[in-house]
Design a protein around this ligand. Structure first.
Ligand SMILES: Cc1cc2nc3c(=O)[nH]c(=O)nc-3n(C[C@H](O)[C@H](O)[C@H](O)COP(=O)(O)OP(=O)(O)OC[C@H]3O[C@@H](n4cnc5c(N)ncnc54)[C@H](O)[C@@H]3O)c2cc1C
Length: 330
């Protein structure tokens, strides 16, 4: 069985579960972060914060709107010695049914976008949806983000994941990312400092938070042409990938030179089901929540697929999805 790094981190989380159970029956508490109007809330279900639509409660959750609120969130968690989890759009996460201990910092309310006509650069806050940014750029006749239209992540999460599609990826267009450390220090990092590779960066598994990113695009194109290319990419994805049920997109990284989806399909796993989780018929590297799935169903299915592919091909598939929290042992 292959255990991802986040899963190993998840096992650390298990140490806190015993303590948290004592407070399970408590009502939601709301605490105002010192010096701000930002609320930290207890026992917030994370299912609606992930594209899989599964996951238990966050012990504490905060969704800051401004940098000072982010800084106060880090300080609040550090002062209480709480573990911190960073959450973007939750489109690449499998969160345990038992939830997460400590403070979850969600970036969904960090929003702004600025298109600089002189430089052709667009700066977007961490919580901006990548899809929205891609359409905005297309409507302005700025090319360079057409490939991103089917990726339902946030700008921050996509910088961290080095999200990509149709031969484009974040590493190709990133000028810099502003990164806030839990101790309050802010760095401006260029792609060279981020150790980019296929769907990886040095920021993965890190506690530093991307607050905003600047991308180099090409302004001055005919908006109709950029919109047409963007729409074409979306159409192609909808014809090859299942967008009608909750998922995290591709579950496994492609083990070069193979495609994970092809290996899973050839192993005969399309349609294989555990509880409410199924290997998609349309694209075997997708696992779908077909209604009422538990995070644990998805977790078990991930490991079943890994095991079967390893048996057939002697290849170990590595999850692209980040697995957080405590799961039942396989
Ligand atoms: C239908 C579907 C299709 C998809 N297609 C693609 C695709 O074509 N290509 C592709 O690359 N991905 C794809 N994905 C996966 C996913 O959308 C991307 O990985 C996306 O970039 C994740 O962004 P997010 O904001 O959802 O991150 P999350 O899932 O919230 O988090 C992912 C990781 O980044 C960390 N993180 C999030 N925000 C920040 C931040 N601001 N600072 C620091 N760390 C942060 C989290 O802690 C976590 O480790 C798809 C997903 C779905 C559901």
């Amino acid at each position: 069985m292959t255990v991802s790094k986040d899963l190993v981190n998840g096992l650390n989380v298990a140490r806190f579960q015993g303590q948290r159970h004592k407070t399970d029956n408590l009502k939601t508490e709301k605490i105002c972060l010192p010096g701000t109007e930002c609320l930290v809330k207890s026992h917030v279900s994370l299912a609606s914060f992930t594209s899989f639509r599964v996951g238990g409660p966050a012990e504490w959750l905060v969704a800051p709107k401004h940098l000072n609120e982010l800084e106060a969130s880090f300080e609040w968690a550090i002062n209480r010695d709480l573990p911190i989890t960073l959450l973007g759009a939750g489109s690449n996460l499998l969160i345990s049914d038992r939830g997460l201990s400590g403070l979850v910092i969600c970036t969904r309310h960090l929003r702004y976008t600025y298109f600089d006509q002189e430089t052709g650069q667009v700066t977007a806050a961490a919580g901006e949806p990548l899809v929205r940014l891609a359409w905005r750029a297309a409507e302005l006749g700025w090319s360079g983000l057409e490939w991103a239209v089917g990726i339902p992540g946030s700008v921050g999460g996509s910088v961290v994941m080095n999200a990509g599609a149709h031969t484009g990826c974040m590493a190709d267009i990133l000028v810099n990312a502003h990164v806030l450390s839990p101790n309050g220090s802010l760095e401006i990092l260029t792609p060279e400092k981020l150790g980019y590779n296929y769907r990886t960066s040095l920021l993965q598994g890190d506690k530093r938070l991307v607050t905003q990113a600047t991308f180099q695009l090409k302004p001055g194109a005919d908006p109709a042409k950029v919109i047409a290319t963007t729409a074409q990419h979306l159409k192609q994805r909808h014809s090859t990938q299942p967008y009608n049920k909750p998922s995290c997109g591709s579950v496994f990284r492609n083990p070069n030179p193979h495609k994970a989806g092809w290996l899973i399909e050839q192993t005969g796993l399309k349609g294989y089901r555990i509880g409410g989780a199924t290997v998609a018929e349309r694209h075997a590297n997708f696992i779908l929540n077909c209604g009422g799935a538990k995070a644990n169903d998805i977790f078990q299915l991930i490991h079943y697929v890994q095991h079967q592919v390893e048996r057939h091909w002697s290849l170990s598939l590595q999850p692209e999805v980040k697995i957080l929290g405590e799961f039942q042992p396989i």
